[in-house]
Design a protein around this ligand. Structure first.
Ligand SMILES: [Zn+2]
Length: 275
């Protein structure tokens, strides 16, 4: 996440972001009048993401799709690189396999096709059904478990459990007796779903291993493109001290993207040389 809040957003874009999230922190779901519009990536990070095909050239860093609302507590955790948003592990695994299959499609095209698949459209991708429930969802990765263990993230709206049943392409409300750590079970935090009459249910979001609740899966439904989240995750990789599975997969994908970019660049140079 870009260090500077409200970096390149115009007043009208900031108002659009505030309206979308209604001044509610996208991470902990706390409402605060002093919440900030923050950009997920800055211009340099956008340039790198375009170079590697993670975002298309037309993506505008000062558009609302690069912005979320955050409370001060969460904002510091992101800007100090204690935590970072990620794509869910099933999506990262899918992308890693896809890129390893020597596909030349830029990642931003794959992201667009996955959204189409989520909308029920037939797409030219290998077996996307297993990851469709995870499209539009993001996870929170702790980059620095030792320091993050000192912080407590409290949410006023801890969601109840959701589950993906077999052959279902959406998370649904889980039965009352569901175990929080069962397979295909997660808590889905969605700032846009909190209404005036949503009952308070205060809970904590553990940021470091060592307590049972950290093993629960939590996803955030956020209306921003997966490419922006992946671009911000690429920045977070250099600060990682966790070596968790999300980070291993993301590093592997970035390595493949870098390798592919070098190969394509050499091919262009070779063609130019022979002309
Ligand atoms: Zn927050």
């Amino acid at each position: 996440m870009a260090r500077e809040p409200q970096s390149a957003f115009s007043e009208s874009v900031m108002n659009e972001i505030r309206r979308t999230y209604d001044y509610r922190c996208v991470t902990c779901l706390t409402w605060t009048e002093t919440s900030q519009c923050v950009s997920l990536i800055d211009d340099l990070q956008l340039h790198e993401a375009v170079r590697l095909g993670v975002l298309n050239e037309g993506f505008e860093g000062n558009s609302s799709t690069n912005g979320v609302v955050q409370c001060q507590n969460c904002h510091v955790l992101f800007t100090e690189h204690r935590i970072v948003l990620s794509l869910p592990i099933p999506v990262l695994e899918y992308l890693e396999n896809y890129i390893r299959s020597d596909s030349e499609d830029p990642l931003h095209e794959v992201f667009d096709l996955l959204v189409d698949a989520w909308n029920g459209e037939p797409v030219d991708l290998p077996d996307p059904d297993t990851i469709i429930p995870y499209i539009g969802l993001f996870s929170l990765v702790t980059l620095d478990p030792t320091t993050s263990a000192k912080f407590t993230m409290i949410t006023p709206y801890l969601p109840s459990l959701s589950i993906i049943r077999s052959n279902d392409k959406r998370f649904r409300k889980a039965p009352a007796n569901t175990s929080a750590t069962a397979t295909n079970v997660a808590r889905i935090l969605d700032a846009l779903e909190i209404k005036k009459n949503t009952p308070l249910k205060v809970g904590s979001i553990p940021l470091a291993p060592g307590i049972a609740a950290f093993e629960e899966k939590r996803y955030w439904r956020i209306p921003i493109p997966a490419g922006v989240v992946f671009a911000a995750l690429m920045v977070g990789l250099q600060y990682d001290l966790s070596e968790c599975e999300d980070i291993r997969l993301a590093k592997s994908i970035v390595q493949y993207l870098c390798h592919r970019e070098v190969v394509m660049q050499r091919a262009v140079e070779s063609r130019t040389w022979h002309q």
